[in-house]
Design a protein around this ligand. Structure first.
Ligand code: AMP
Length: 292
């Protein structure tokens, strides 16, 4: 499953992305997280992005597109992904379309979390207060000044994406102001048709695969049977060759039907032996008669 979560900062994209990851076994690809990691690691990308991010502006398209191009090709993204914070401009969306097309991949849905901007600022203030209370590190761009910039960037550069994906027919909208679990259920409900289609598509493919497996097994069985028959014929030929003539005769007699066996009486070899004995007796009698 390949999804995009759209929505302004603080709309709850990260939370819902984590739930989608747990439910569908896909990966969350957050460009914000990846950029923050690059900043922390002091990579060339991180050094380039740091000041821009701290101000609340958008990092250049080519930077984030390169990050995503690399990331979606990695093995853990094979089962699917949820893009969180990407794309953020129409140029990024177009680049993503090209990337997916080149790799023969398709998006299942673009989910927009619709929220009230006034409430967003309150949400982020609450999040910052809670993190401070827990002694956690606050993001450099989680301050009133940067937040205003991030919202302005969203309105000007990211909000047009709803039109973009509206035109492609992939956009689905949920009420991001509802409680977290309600938002999750709404997302699950709108993804159900996509999952059902996948489930239906899978048995067909599986059927094809099992048909192929059955045909292969049949061919293998046929080959094994032929091999067995050849082996049996060879064995009986060589046994027959090794048997003495008398035994061969006996064997033929033994194979005869009960009727023919009655007629034939004793086996050929035995009959042969007793015939020669009778002959010897007759010769002896003749000799005796002549002597008398
Ligand atoms: P986020 O964690 O998604 O709120 O992103 C934090 C910051 O990272 C943003 O304010 C931008 O400066 C930068 N950023 C993240 N994703 C993108 C993107 N797709 N395009 C440009 N800048 C981004």
């Amino acid at each position: 499953m390949r999804l995009i979560l759209l929505g302004p900062p603080g709309a709850g994209k990260g939370t819902q992305a984590q739930r989608l990851v747990a439910k569908h076994g896909i990966v969350q690809l957050s460009t914000g997280d990846m950029l923050r990691a690059a900043v922390a690691a002091g990579t060339p990308v991180g050094l380039r992005a740091k000041a821009i991010m701290d101000r609340g502006d958008l990092v250049p398209d080519d930077v984030v597109v390169a990050i995503i191009a690399d990331r979606i090709g990695q093995p853990d993204a094979k089962r699917g992904f949820v893009l969180d914070g990407f794309p953020r401009t129409v140029a990024q969306a177009e680049a993503l379309d090209r990337l997916l097309k080149e790799r023969g991949l398709k998006l299942d849905a673009v989910i927009e979390l619709k929220v009230d901007e006034g409430i967003l600022i309150k949400r982020i203030e609450t999040r910052v207060a809670e993190m401070t209370a827990r002694g956690e590190k606050i993001r450099a761009d989680d301050n009133a000044e940067a937040l205003k910039k991030r919202l302005a960037a969203y309105r000007a550069q990211t909000a047009p994406l709803t039109d973009y994906y509206g035109r492609t027919g992939q956009l689905r909208t949920v009420d991001g102001m509802a409680p977290i679990d309600t938002v999750t259920r709404a997302i699950d409900a709108l993804l159900e048709p996509a999952r059902t289609t996948r489930r239906r598509a899978k048995p067909a493919a599986a059927r094809g695969a099992s048909r192929a497996r059955a045909a292969k097994a049949k061919t293998a069985r046929g080959r094994a049977a032929k091999r067995g028959a050849k082996r049996a014929a060879k064995t009986s030929r060589s046994r027959a060759a090794a048997r003495p003539t008398a035994a061969k005769g006996r064997k033929r007699t033994a194979k005869a039907t009960p009727g023919s066996r009655k007629k034939a009486g004793r086996p050929v070899a035995k009959r042969g032996r007793s015939a020669s004995r009778t002959g010897a007796r007759k010769t002896r009698a003749k000799r005796l008669t002549r002597a008398r």
